[in-house]
Design a protein around this ligand. Sequence first.
Ligand SMILES: C[S@@+](CC[C@H](N)C(=O)[O-])C[C@H]1O[C@@H](n2cnc3c(N)ncnc32)[C@H](O)[C@@H]1O
Length: 263
Amino acid sequence: MEKYQTEMYLPSPSCLGVKTGFRNGRNVAEGYQRGWGLQFGDVREKILGDALYQDAIAIAGDRTIMSEANRMNIYLIMRFFMGSLPHGHIIEYGSYRGGNAIFMAYVAKHLFPDVRIYALDTYAGMPATDKDIDAHSRGDFSDNDFDSLRARVEELGLDNLVLVRGLFEETSAKVMGEARQVALAHIDCDIASAVRFSYDAVKPNMVDGGYVVFDDAAVSSCIGATEAVEDLLIRRDGLNSEQIWPHFVFRLFKGDAASAVSR
Ligand SMILES: C[S@@+](CC[C@H](N)C(=O)[O-])C[C@H]1O[C@@H](n2cnc3c(N)ncnc32)[C@H](O)[C@@H]1O
């Protein structure tokens, strides 16, 4: 990390005029710091001037289709918040050409050298989708080349990035057995069945206060992802989100949210 600056550049809770701490399982101030900071403040410009972000996005290149705001929010979570959690790894359900996984692996290598990034995908496109709810179809995102991704990861020396090829339904249990503790789950798989499966698969392994981020539940082409969040997190588990912009972010706790993590 020496070659990178470490100063905090998010707006402070006092500057935002909000209380710190938890309310209904979410840290309101921290949600504002990232979401308001990115949408209405100067945080985007600050990130663009941040050398660690610049280097990470440069090596991800054209391998990711994620929006800039979503990627920046993940960066903020890793850079300024994840370090306060108990130790846990990072998992991505839906990595496509591996760009965001490479991005996170580079950032983690400098911030959390003992954290692994597990990047799960068929790397051959979408499985069957549910035409009652999903706009995506089987085979979407099949313009992929797993061997070139594997070669690129090796070339970059990202030995903290574990590429896991296959259906989540067939690979996730083994990954959970190996990772055990997850601090950040990035769920970016667009379709109802996969989003539902991913959340339930990772939930028991989330560390207290861990971040579950849904890339596409507020995206117009992914109502299946929206429905998964509504059904499983909001209705069934009774959770409130810490952020709805640029994407849904939830905090997971085993016990009482307010006392489990306080900063
Ligand atoms: C929007 S893309 C991911 C984008 C990626 N995070 C990026 O940085 O560009 C969604 C991916 O989810 C994968 N996917 C969806 N359902 C899956 C499942 N059940 N098992 C494995 N992969 C799945 C697709 O193969 C596709 O590559």
